[in-house]
Design a protein around this ligand. Structure first.
Ligand code: AP5
Ligand code: MG
Length: 193
């Protein structure tokens, strides 16, 4: 199995690059943001509870997303590997993920961290907000909260994986194809090692 984390702040291009990476490498894409938005669309109790938190730009509780990832891992027993997007977002989530993967006899191979300036993040998200229908994209104060949550709670997850020499920083500004090529080079180097 080859398990990859695509890491980075809101708007850094995780979703965009994930689509291309899963097509090239045949990984199963697990985005906790997408899973939560499906719960909201289906108006489940979990979705309704998560919506008010997401609309403020805050993180939903660790237990909720860890359980969603646990179920997704259980439901995909024949996956050749997973691409985690937007998860883990706290050290507790990272520790829980390591545990879940080790129970399956596997681990995270690589964490690719997209580096994008704050001004560019805000510009991208406001621009996407014109068409995405995502309520957390339309208001600059909510976008700022999402970036603050990242800085306060999520950036440490990069340091967590850096301790295990799994973190590689990638320039996240430039064309989508340039960034994709840089990501692929790291994956190819790692899977050949
Ligand atoms: P989530 O859905 O994960 O959103 P996010 O991390 O805030 O990031 P985005 O999905 O907005 O950005 P992205 O990095 O995927 O960039 P994208 O490719 O779309 O989370 C939403 C909420 O759910 C959270 O706030 C939280 O409440 C909750 N949540 C989710 N996971 C959680 C967890 N694990 N724990 C707790 N809570 C959780 O690109 C953005 C835009 O830029 C697009 O318009 C794209 O077209 C454009 N773009 C992409 N690449 C480029 C480029 N190279 N140049 C120019 N534009 C580009
Ligand atoms: Mg995304």
């Amino acid at each position: 199995m080859f398990n990859l984390i695509l890491f980075g702040p809101p708007g850094s291009g995780k979703g965009t690059q994930s689509e291309k990476l899963i097509a090239r490498y045949g990984l199963k894409h697990l985005s906790t943001g997408d899973l939560l938005r499906s719960e909201i669309a289906a108006q489940t109790p979990l979705g309704l509870a998560a919506k008010s938190i997401m609309d403020k730009g805050q993180l939903v509780p660790d237990e909720v997303v860890i359980e969603m990832i646990n179920s997704a891992l259980e439901n995909n027993p024949s996956a050749r590997g997973f691409l985690f997007d937007g998860f883990p977002r706290t050290t507790a989530q990272a520790e829980a993920l390591d545990k879940l993967l080790s129970q399956k006899g596997t681990e995270i191979a690589l964490v690719l961290a997209l580096q994008v300036s704050k001004d560019e993040l805000v510009a991208r998200l406001l621009n996407r907000g014109k068409t995405s229908g995502r309520s957390d994209d339309t208001n600059e104060a909510v976008i700022s909260s999402r970036i603050e949550e990242y800085e306060k709670k999520t950036a440490v997850v990069g340091e967590y994986y850096n301790k295990f020499s799994k973190l590689v920083k990638i320039k996240g500004e430039g064309t989508i194809d340039e960034i994709f090529d840089a990501l692929c080079s790291e994956i190819d180097a790692k899977s050949a090692a």
